[in-house]
Design a binder for this molecule. Sequence first.
Ligand code: NDP
Ligand code: HSE
Length: 579
Amino acid sequence: MSLNQQSEKIVVLKFGGSVLRDVHALRGAVHEIYRWRRDGYKVVAVVSALYGETNRLLALCESVCEDVSGQAKASVAAIGELTSAGILGVQLERAGVPACVITPASAHMLASGDPFDATPISINAQAIRDALDREGVVVFPGFVAVDEHARLVLLGRGGSDLTALFLAASLGNARCRLLKDVNGLYERDPQGLTPPPPRFADATYDDALNTDGSIIQHKAVNFARSRSLAFELGALNATTFTRIGPGPTHLVQEPAPPAPRTVALLGAGVVGGGVFDLLSKHPDRVRVTAAAVRDVSRHALPGVRISGDALEVAASGADIVVEAMGGIDIPLEAIKRALAAGSHVVTANKAVIAAHGPELHALAASRGVRLLYSASVGGSTPVLEAIANRAAQPNAPRLTRVRGILNGTTNFVLSRVAHGDTFAEAVREAQRRGFAEADPSRDLGGLDALDKLRVIALAAGLGEIHNPSLQPLSDAALAGFITRPANTVLRHVAWLDAYEGTPKAGVHLGAIDAGDALFDCPGAKNTVTLEWSDGLTHTIRGSGAGRWPTSESVVADIFTLLRETRARQAASHHPGAVA
Ligand code: NDP
Ligand code: HSE
């Protein structure tokens, strides 16, 4: 049986205009969506128009016609939400997170009443569920619905809140969080107040209705009350939020927000450079203070000290050290020095974890810091997270089998060769796009995929892999498949069997037919099927290589560390109930 269908953990996240300041801010929404995907949720992302866009579109409408009808205004204003949804879909694609954009028209979200302030009545929830089972993420424009004559209508100002709650109710009262630029509902406006005023940890529907309607749409609150639907209101990457429901009310005094954490980068190439770019959009949370590179003359990052000495930067005492250099010996020493200096470490380096993972974990534990390496397996394909999530379940089952495409470069090469490139051209293009290792023979020879199997075995507590069987990808190996069956594709498949004893593993070239989970996996994508001792299987898809998918995964580890730090601070602050 498939865990993809069996798992009912769904969260509806609503991104309001206050967090969608511009097209680039949609990247913050990607981080939030990926955070929940890592935790094993299927995500429905409801988006508002970008900040100010609805007003601009309505003003445009009124500049054309003074007495414009609600219907006509709806068809213009809807463009704001449809654009945000489309661009978020593109941002998710760039980050390698599978998703599909569904519109209110395509999901038959029907509403009736005033076309500018309509009330939703029904939706084809099965279409959303099917898309969630298939992709994991559905992006849905808020605020907009269609009437019985298939015309666009709007759900009133702030109506994306209502869209989100309506979807959550239609999906069986799924978890729902409205994401705003505040940590929740406060007793009074927290703007500019230090420390902030008491925040509602729990608020009643009436508490929410007592606000002026600019934070939550009142119509949405009344809808939630009518469906006995509790929901959450909070900020991006938050550890605390307000839960709004039947109550009772519970206020807490929280500490002032922490100062930004410092990050040192070891490596500023494909991965390190992408991580810098993403982190630089969050100066309130993190500050990159130093970066180590080989050739200092080729690098300049605004506000960052550049050094040619990776070991010195590693030991410089940053809160978090990100290792993205590649290789084994220098990264190993650098990670050791960083952990010894009390820094948390995030690395994308599967070779060093495959070879020295247990030793590095022991050192991290002895220093009370964390060693995270999600990006080392599958870029933005959350394979290690899926293993950790199952391990955290009561009576956790054992991982018995892994079968997957774990190397983006070889899959990209196979795709390009299938479309007419020569083998050498395809490899050069994989290098140009930043998929390949510094030494691409590690990709082609199966060693990179084997490193990832070793990291998986470590994460699942399966022990070491001895005597793996490797079939390198080469022109000659491909020639052996010239007469493969019709309707098959060639894949370089990594496998691991751990039914009993020490795990057996290998990487082999094979012809895969259309019914196989590995068939539909083009370009540099990765697909991994995990089988468990309780008979469940779990197929995980995403992008396996390249700057943005890999950086997304590294940033997700960094944001996890920020949340953990924040949670520890909040716990030591002894937040007492104040009402
Ligand atoms: P790049 O070659 O693009 O970047 C490596 C960076 O590290 C460069 O900035 C380089 O400096 C610096 N560097 C290398 N050696 C040293 C050293 N001894 N001292 C200081 N700086 C050094 O590699 P990637 O970013 O592609 O890969 C980095 C790591 O991420 C590797 O472990 C790789 O396996 C892993 N990874 C990569 C993925 C990808 O798609 N590219 C995906 C998942 C993981 P300079 O610029 O001066 O040469
Ligand atoms: N070279 C690796 C690949 C990078 O192609 O999969 C991602 O780990």
